[in-house]
Design a protein around this ligand. Structure first.
Ligand code: PEP
Ligand code: MG
Length: 753
């Protein structure tokens, strides 16, 4: 059964639309369990009924027409219970309904299993039998497992189909639902970005000059032929002739009409060479995939491998989109910070990443650049979206593809409202950030890209609370040398002088890998990250610290911050290295001075050692993004668990209070530099706790200032006490929402992250 299951899932995943996917399911399942009928009903949430979407055994004309209202019949029962219903004699059940329009005969055996995704019952997979039949346990679990595996594929195919035909369920679902990444509304044209040599990720794109595309394609194929022949020659001595024959088979494929002719045909039908190649290879591989024989089945991976090799050569000509239209909406399966940074600033309207969540670094970067972003849309048919007009709703996490005029009008209105709110906020621009009872709360900027320095946040902040140094490392081909780094840091320190600038040492690893320093780990967020890498590679750390110290000569507005600290030994070792870098520079004649040094509190272990850490350093900076991730054991990048990642979780609030109170004992300053600091509602609680400063992206500065200027510290303390009585993050959110609403700041809730 396991083989059958894998085969069906594979075929369904490769289906081009919903109809094809469901057709495969009903045919294959009926055969696998030897039933008389197999059907799929899908839930239409708007019309509140279940529609017969595919059948093998009932009347084909009934498909799309037969609709069973919620709670009617056995299909309704499966949905209500959200578990399998297995009946040897279905007609004797009180919920049995005879549906004449399906051409139904008196089927007796019935097994229905729910298709569930994200706790929602999307439909029912049902098999029927004329004679009495109680389906065996193995058959129930087979259908059950299959339905669980298929839920994602069904929604994917449904979404892709909607995009192309808009004819599936009615009324058509017009937007793709993801998660808010960065607030705001964007209207623009999609540019799909994808990693190199990833054939499946290649988008369809119009062929501007088909003859040229054909030539590029043929050149790439010729290059692969050369490569293979060279390998074959090299292996002549070490590989027996029968194994080398495999190369002949590949070379034959590269000369075949099915590969060359079909791709060229697709180019002249309008797709560019890479897109045409992807279509051909997929079609070809699918034929092998469907074969029962496992040897032939394996040939599918050979075909895909050849496709990737050709693509690699094609991509030596085209690596990135090259030109970005005005109002570019960058879309990808996994948009990287680097791809974001590549788009000229004025062109970027928004970002959509099919994977990731609101606390992924790419979302943080989008917020820093003040462009709306939507994350984690697992159903998005990314490679069919290039060139499409979309609306991106960063508040609700929605993407509308080729939207209807009424939707467009509504969003234009919303974008105007945003501009209006922003004008109101700007009125406070030059006023100090202090509460109504006179408590000053310095607001600092989180930054890390040179281009961010031109944002308005730079003028309004009281300095930089977090300069993430990894981004400049990520957009290079190798580690930057000391003098390049000095220039980088000097520019930030000078821009903000005399205001303080907190530079954090390298925090690579996790979701910030360096292309030239790959680390393969199964749990990157629990692995070699931040200070751990720096201490294991003192040459990298020392170069960076020397550059940072040199950059501040004559300015002395530097504060140095160490990320991901989980053991005091790391602080001791880092302090020694910093001292060493300082002494070396003095010896070399540089007039450097020791900066104030702080640690990030972002790992639960550090929360419980705030006392010993405080004895060693000058200040603490709380990284709530990681602290939340590690306290709740929720990967900040994983869209499956994004719903339970919440920095207003009562446990996070308690940890924060412990940090603030612990640091106060040693009179050490505590700031918050995670995304929580930029959330106007959460900022109220941080104020109530007695946090000394907040550091955030430029887009949040004025919003947070507005709320702080509207509230007293004592009211913030009251709200904190009320929040601490709540058991759930949702209650805390509601509490803060009401409080802001009462203060006439309701608009900030929508405009928050
Ligand atoms: C944090 O973890 O809150 C933080 C500010 O660091 P980063 O987001 O860069 O991991
Ligand atoms: Mg962090």
């Amino acid at each position: 059964m396991l083989d059958t299951l894998h085969r069906i899932v594979k075929e369904v995943n490769a289906a081009s639309d919903l109809e094809q996917a469901l057709g495969i399911i009903v045919t294959q399942v009926r055969r696998a369990v030897d039933a008389d009928v197999c059907s799929v009903y899908l839930t239409d949430f708007e019309r509140r009924d279940h529609v017969l979407m595919a059948t093998e055994g009932l009347l084909p004309e009934a498909v799309g027409k037969v609709r069973l209202p919620y709670h009617r019949g056995l299909i309704g029962l499966v949905c209500e219970r959200a578990e399998p219903v297995n009946l040897a004699d279905a007609p004797s059940h009180s919920r049995y309904l005879f549906i004449h329009e399906t051409g139904e005969r008196h089927y007796t055996g019935f097994l229905g299993v729910p298709i569930i995704q994200n706790r929602r019952v999307l439909g029912v997979l049902v098999v029927r039998q004329i004679e009495r039949r109680s389906f065996a346990d193995g058959e129930v679990t087979f259908l059950f497992t299959l339905a669980a595996r298929l839920a994602g594929a069904i929604t994917h195919a449904q979404a892709s189909g909607n995009l192309i035909t808009r004819s599936d369920l009615s009324p058509p679902k017009r937007f793709f639902q993801g998660r808010p990444g960065s607030s705001g509304v964007a209207l623009g044209t999609v540019v799909v970005v994808y990693p190199p040599a990833d054939l499946e990720a290649v988008p369809d794109r119009p062929a501007q000059d088909p003859a040229r595309e054909e030539e590029d394609f043929r050149t790439a194929v010729a290059a692969v032929v050369q490569d293979l022949m060279a390998i074959q020659d090299r292996l002549e001595a070490s590989l027996p002739a029968e194994d080398r024959a495999l190369f002949d088979a590949w070379l034959m494929m590269l000369d075949s009409d099915s590969l060359i002719g079909n791709t060229v045909k697709r180019i002249y039908a309008g797709n560019w060479a890479s897109g045409a190649l992807r279509e051909t290879i997929e079609g070809h591989a699918k034929v092998f995939d469907a074969m029962e024989d496992s040897y032939l089945c394996e040939r599918a991976s050979d075909v895909r491998d050849l496709g990737r090799r050709i693509l690699m050569h094609l991509q030596q000509k085209v690596t990135s989109p090259g030109e970005y239209p005005e109002n570019t909406v960058l879309v990808g399966d996994e948009v990287s910070a680097m791809q974001l940074a590549e788009v000229p600033r004025g062109c970027l309207a928004g970002v959509v990443s099919a994977s990731g969540a609101g606390f992924s670094h790419v979302a943080i970067l989008a917020r820093a650049m003040e462009v709306p972003a939507v994350m984690g849309l697992s159903n998005l048919p990314v490679n069919r979206m290039d060139g499409r007009f979309v609306i991106l709703d960063g508040y609700l996490g929605r993407v509308y593809v080729s939207p209807a005029p009424s939707v467009l009008e509504e969003y234009r209105r919303l974008a105007n409202e945003d501009r209006e709110l922003y004008r109101e906020l700007e009125a406070d621009k030059d006023l100090p950030c202090e509460t109504t009872d006179g408590v000053r709360v310095p607001l600092y900027l989180n930054t890390g890209l040179i281009s961010e320095l031109s944002t308005h946040g730079a003028e309004q902040s009281e300095g930089v609370g977090l300069y993430r140094t990894e981004l400049p490392f990520m957009v290079r081909d190798s580690f930057p040398g000391e003098s390049v780094q000095v220039m980088n840091y000097r520019r930030v320190l000078e821009t903000f002088y005399p205001r303080p600038v907190t530079i954090r040492t390298l925090d690579i690893g996790g979701d910030k890998p360096l292309p030239y320093f790959p680390v393969v780990e199964s749990n990157p967020f629990l692995g070699w990250r931040g200070i751990r890498i720096s201490l294991d590679h003192p040459e990298i750390f020392l170069t960076q610290v020397r550059a940072i110290l040199r950059a501040t000569v004559g300015l002395n507005n530097l504060r140095l911050l160490l990320p991901m600290v989980s053991h005091v030994q790391e602080v001791d070792d880092a302090l020694l290295l910093i001292q060493r870098a300082h002494d070396e520079l003095i010896e070399e004649g540089h007039e450097v001075s020791m900066p104030r040094i702080g640690v990030m509190i972002e790992v639960p272990a550090a929360v419980y050692q705030v006392d010993v850490l405080s004895r060693r350093i000058d200040f603490l900076s709380v990284g709530t993004n990681d602290l939340t991730q590690y306290l709740l054991a929720v990967d900040r990048n994983n869209s499956y668990v994004a719903d339970i990642y919440d920095d207003l979780h009562p446990a996070v609030l308690r940890a924060l209070i412990q940090i603030v109170n612990g640091a106060k004992v040693f009179q050490k300053e505590v700031g918050v530099c995670g995304e929580m600091a930029g959330d106007p509602a959460a900022a109220v609680l941080l104020l109530g706790m007695g946090v000394d400063s907040l550091s955030m992206n430029g887009g949040s500065l004025l919003r947070v200032k507005w709320v702080i200027r509207s509230i007293s510290r004592s009211r913030a303390r009251e709200l904190l006490q009320a929040a601490l009585r709540c058991e759930r993050a949702s209650e805390i959110k509601a509490l803060l929402g009401n409080a802001l609403e009462e203060m006439g700041l309701g608009g900030l809730m929508r405009a928050g992250r």
